[in-house]
Ligand binder design. Structure first.
Ligand code: GRF
Length: 210
């Protein structure tokens, strides 16, 4: 049985989607902990309501990024994690932490990486005049929003879109691809070679807009 620890900063809807997929599909997993760096993160409420142990590690209480990451790592390991799921965790992680969880830490990013790493992806897609946008689940490696891509989803950009309308369309597909990526991981189907991730047996690692 795999144990999953998730890190969030806010709403936690991606975590909730993963948790619900696990229940619906009876995955052989345990959600051993959810950690937030923001005490008021809404996702904490959901985790508590379904009996998942939670912890708050407020980055503002630590003198440096390294000190915060040490505390984070201790808590993740105390919960015990085969897989660390970053789900809207808005902190840049230090190389030491990233290395510690190499090949077993995933992130979701609201763009078609490598396009638009960083913040404000929906605004940037609109400003660039892109006609397609989307989301990416990837293993975490050094570098912001970098690392081997597990799967991506695509949505159209409509001429009348505001950033929040586009964000809502992308979020719907995030809730499809993140559970899919986690399921592949716990089934032992993900193989990383360099910067490429293969699903074995093969499956489309791309979800087109329905
Ligand atoms: C998502 O758009 C995710 O891609 C990004 O932050 C947002 C988190 O949303 N990294 P939620 O907290 O999972 O609802």
């Amino acid at each position: 049985m795999h144990s999953i620890v998730s890190l969030i900063s806010g709403r936690g809807s991606n975590f909730e989607a993963i948790y619900k997929a696990a229940q619906t599909k009876s995955w052989d997993v345990r959600f051993t902990g959810l950690i937030a760096n923001q005490p008021e993160a809404k996702g904490l409420v959901f985790a508590k309501s379904v009996g998942i142990p939670t912890a708050v590690i407020d980055h503002r209480a630590y003198p440096s990024r390294e000190a915060f990451d040490r505390a984070l790592m201790q808590q993740i390991d105390a919960f015990s994690a085969d897989l660390v799921v970053l789900a809207g965790f808005m902190r840049i992680l230090t190389p030491g932490l990233i290395e510690h969880y190499e090949g077993r830490m995933m992130n979701i990013h609201p763009s078609l990486l490598p396009r638009f790493p960083g913040l404000h992806t929906h605004e940037r897609a609109l400003e660039a005049g892109d006609r397609v946008h989307g989301a990416t689940v990837h293993f975490v490696s050094a570098g912001v929003d970098e690392g081997p891509i597990i799967c991506q989803s695509e949505v159209p950009v409509l001429p009348t879109d505001t950033p929040s309308e586009l964000a809502a369309r992308v979020l719907k597909t995030e809730h499809q691809i993140y559970p899919l990526a986690v399921e592949w991981f716990i089934q032992g189907r993900l193989q990383i070679t360099g910067n490429r991730v293969r699903v074995d047996p093969p499956e489309l690692q791309y979800i087109p807009f329905p």
